[in-house]
Write a protein that binds this ligand. Structure first.
Ligand SMILES: Cc1cc2nc3c(=O)[nH]c(=O)nc-3n(C[C@H](O)[C@H](O)[C@H](O)COP(=O)(O)OP(=O)(O)OC[C@H]3O[C@@H](n4cnc5c(N)ncnc54)[C@H](O)[C@@H]3O)c2cc1C
Length: 340
């Protein structure tokens, strides 16, 4: 309830000039810049889903979620402590932190990403697999972009050996830039490794002038290697479980990694609510509900990698074909309700 009201107030326009939802998504040709309308959002999204199509800055989403939790329990969140170990006991679980504090709780849920410490404590170390792709991301103040690019439109550039995606966040004040390219010389998966504009330019050196204009205005380009892991047969032990990238990291070619973490969080909370005193049952039901969908997303995202990097995408007609195929497949998959 608290989250729903935060989201409602987040997209309510404070003034008629303040923009929120995306108008549409378009596809563009990496070299000629030719543009295809992919699908309309704007009023269509409100008509169909009852809300505008929002693209959120991750920090804004975190802020909304944190506010919603704190409105229910002001001291629920503690920041800046690194978990160093977790242990499951018969009647409780225990998490130890790098400031030497220890928290005892009925359950511990490790939502600590692809390098999850909680996963290592439960199942031992395993090496992530480098996928041969690196991603770049960066933020661009919208006012620094030429008028033709400063639009409430999400754009996917299709091209050989890489792709570029940009879309406005934070009410259109910032353009988020994300690109992926095939490279095998960078293998540190990290959110915060700073690259250089020159290196990013080099990855997209022959691309259209609008891509170059974006790259020129990125404040700080970050780069990271894209990693996955072998699927895990189980995510839980005793009173401790995992969610999101900690148990099923995925490639970004389906745009569903963050979505899966949120869905996992919802389902594990509902399972614990229903079977609170029975950890075995609660986590078995959680895994049972989530396994098929998360495996399908991880598999399809990997399959999409091949089409994202097809060399034939250098051919304009193939891109048009690809555009039409994407338009045909653009009806979003429904997440059917589940009975916990
Ligand atoms: C290029 C790219 C594009 C993407 N695009 C999309 C998209 O369009 N849509 C989508 O849904 N997903 C997308 N994703 C995937 C998405 O970013 C991840 O799947 C998602 O962030 C996973 O969320 P998470 O909460 O499981 O893990 P994370 O987001 O990695 O969060 C883990 C958190 O745990 C913290 N942490 C780690 N270790 C510890 C510790 N020991 N103690 C305490 N805290 C710890 C970290 O600091 C971090 O805050 C994309 C990913 C990439 C790389």
């Amino acid at each position: 309830m608290a989250l729903a009201s935060c989201l409602r107030s987040a997209w309510k326009r404070p003034s008629p000039t303040c923009r929120f939802g995306l108008e549409r998504r378009e596809l563009r040709h990496w070299s000629t810049g030719e543009t295809w309308n992919w699908f309309d959002l704007g009023d269509k999204s409100i008509e169909r889903f009852g809300t505008p199509h929002l693209m959120l800055h991750r920090a804004d989403l975190h802020g909304l979620l944190a506010d919603a939790v704190r409105s229910l329990k002001p001291d629920a969140i503690t920041l800046n402590r690194r978990c160093v170990s977790v242990v499951s006991h018969a009647g409780y679980a225990e998490a130890a932190f790098d400031d030497r504090s220890i928290v005892k709780a009925p359950y511990v849920i490790g939502a600590d990403g692809i390098h999850s410490k909680v996963r290592v404590c439960l199942f031992g170390p395993s090496k992530p697999i480098f996928t041969g792709c690196i991603a770049w991301r960066g933020l661009i103040p919208m006012e620094k972009l030429p008028h033709r690019l400063a639009r409430m439109v999400g754009t996917n550039w299709l091209g050989p050996h890489g792709n570029v995606l940009h879309y406005p966040v934070r009410r259109g004040e910032i353009m988020n830039f994300v690109s992926t390219s095939e490279r095998d010389d960078w293998q540190v998966e990290s959110w915060s490794t700073v690259g250089t504009r020159q290196e990013l330019r080099n990855d997209f050196r022959d691309w259209h002038a609008d891509v170059q204009a974006m790259i020129d205005q990125i404040e700080t380009p970050y780069k990271w290697a894209l990693m996955i892991r072998e699927p895990m047969p189980a995510w839980s032990k005793g009173r401790v479980t995992l969610l999101g990238d900690a148990c099923h990291p995925t490639l970004p070619f389906l745009g569903q990694g963050g979505v899966m973490s949120i869905e996992d969080g919802y389902v594990v909370a509902a399972c614990l609510d229903k079977y609170f005193g029975e950890p075995g049952l609660a986590f078995a039901r959680y895994e049972e509900i989530r396994r098929e969908r998360t495996s399908m997303v991880v598999r399809k995202a990997s399959e999409n990698k091949a089409s994202a990097f097809a060399p034939s995408l250098a051919d304009k007609d193939r891109i048009a074909e690809e555009g039409r195929a994407r338009v045909a497949a653009s009806s979003p998959a429904r997440a059917d309700g589940v009975v916990i």
